[in-house]
Design a protein around this ligand. Structure first.
Ligand SMILES: [Zn+2]
Length: 479
């Protein structure tokens, strides 16, 4: 059974049949690097990271490119405000983006081209478009003639005449048509500039993605991804100029778009001031919790970020790792055997059918947590009856299943020690101090001074540190 993907171009789910059998070429629009990345960027990166991982899991040879837009008005303005070069500013935020991706467990794509590293190809494509009569030069600027391609609007479903009547004619009088967009912009003094047949200038935004995509992946690719906000005009313009330049249709077989992230039911925007940076979220929650939150909804639907939803995701991760920890304590040898995939064939195929249906990660996550509940129940029963043998087998199967899901979700892959280590590193006081207080509390309890012991426990709880007593002693964790 082939994978089914929802194609924004045809507005329906289709069988995924790549241009070249067994091979997938995939391009995703990356960040404009003028500020720290927010959780909207995290959603796009994580969604397509899972798609990348899953296609490889299904045996495809995947070539994946995600770009950095490192020349742009916003970068130039910000650099001027700070009195640094746009190159320096862009490099700083490329580094920050890479760090955020690493923290989120996002795999490095095969290619990470920069617009500024693709100038030669951008000029080449622009020249081709001029030669074909699809673009024209005006005083050092080059514009693409939108009217020329009859199928303009096919991705966004927009009608060219309606767009025309809504367009502001006074924006740039030099353009032949208000809908035309810039492929090349002549540079003003102090702006980054490259030599071109039309004088010194820099590329427009849309052309860079077409050029980077063609240069790294070829004229026709299988998947092009990005946030829904990029459908118009960015991706619409990419289609127009790419297909006009190469003469090949389609430029992209499957267009995949991820949904928005709202913050407490509001749109994330600069004017509201509710932009949440990835690194700020990761100060309060683990990367696993953020990733789980992002993947618990279908990638195309909008999601609402709330403190409660992140807290829920953290509790779920905690439950997962506590279960694995318990499995390790009660059935240590189950961790020493190789995964047995054919033993859990049915359960794995349930997960892959969910993923085959337009990458339904929510369903897979639901299945994993059902296994978590089941494992705890089995371990409870085994404890009550003393019958551990059958449970051992089930536990080893459950572990294999967690491993399989982890391969394409990029979740459930750490050890409990790593997960709790990360959480506990956020404690309001150093670990040694907490351990010291736990000792003091033990001594107080030994001399039956329960008032003192409770005071220590409550004091820690106020700081978000929870103590848990068991037969083996007291452990602590961050709430
Ligand atoms: Zn793009």
């Amino acid at each position: 059974m082939p994978i089914k993907v929802y194609n924004s171009l045809t507005r329906k789910k289709e069988d995924f049949v790549p241009v070249e059998e067994g091979k997938v070429r995939m391009y995703v629009c990356g960040p404009t690097v003028y500020a720290l990345s927010h959780i909207g960027h995290a959603r796009s990166a994580v969604s397509f990271d899972v798609i990348f991982k899953y296609l490889k899991y299904r045996g495809y040879e995947v070539k994946y490119a995600r770009n950095y837009t490192d020349v742009d008005d916003k970068i130039i303005n910000r650099a001027n405000e700070e009195g640094v070069s746009s190159e320096e500013l862009a490099e700083r935020y490329i580094k920050a983006f890479d760090e955020d991706m690493d923290a989120l467990g996002v795999e490095i794509p095969n290619f990470r081209p920069k617009a500024t590293g693709t100038i030669k190809k951008i000029i080449e494509v622009t020249e081709t478009l001029i030669n074909k009569g699809a673009a024209y030069e005006l005083n050092g600027d080059v514009y693409y003639s939108v009217r020329l391609k009859k199928d303009y609007g096919k991705l966004s479903g927009k009608n060219i005449d309606e767009l025309e009547s809504g367009a502001r004619v006074d924006v740039d009088e030099r353009k032949k048509d208000p809908l035309d967009f810039a492929l090349w912009k002549s540079s003003k003094p102090g702006e980054p500039a490259w030599d071109s047949p039309w004088g010194k200038g820099r590329p427009g935004w849309h052309i860079e993605c077409s050029a980077m995509c063609m240069e790294r992946l070829g004229d026709t690719i299988d998947i092009h991804g990005g946030g829904k906000d990029l459908i118009f005009p960015h991706h619409e313009n990419e289609i127009a100029q790419s297909e006009a330049a190469t003469g090949k249709t389609p430029y992209v077989k499957y267009w995949l778009h991820n949904g928005f992230v709202n913050i407490e039911k509001e749109k994330m925007s600069k004017s509201i001031g509710n932009i949440l940076n990835i690194r700020d979220v990761l100060k309060d929650y683990t990367a696993d919790a953020l990733r789980l939150f992002l993947l618990s909804s279908h990638y195309r639907s909008p999601i609402d970020y709330t403190r409660d939803s992140l807290k829920d995701a953290e509790s779920a991760m905690e439950r997962y790792y506590k279960t694995v920890q318990r499995m390790k304590e009660e059935y240590p040898s189950a961790f020493e055997v190789e995964s047995c995939i054919h033993c859990i064939e049915d359960r794995v195929s349930e997960m892959t059918s969910a993923m085959d249906d337009d990458f339904n990660t929510a369903e897979v996550i639901g299945a994993v947590f059902k296994e978590v509940t089941k494992a705890n129940k089995l371990m409870d029963e085994a404890k009550a009856t003393g019958e551990k043998k059958g449970v051992w087998t089930e536990i080893s199967y459950t572990l294999s299943l967690f491993k399989e899901a982890g391969k394409f979700l990029g979740l459930f892959a750490r050890t409990p020690e790593e997960y709790f280590g990360e959480r506990n590193s956020r404690a309001a006081m150093p670990a040694e101090e907490i351990e010291g207080l736990i000792k003091e509390r033990e001594e107080a309890r030994k001399r039956k001074d329960f008032k003192a012991a409770d005071a220590i426990r409550n004091g820690l709880l106020e700081k978000g540190i929870v103590l848990e007593d068991s037969a083996k002693g007291t452990t602590w964790s961050v709430k």
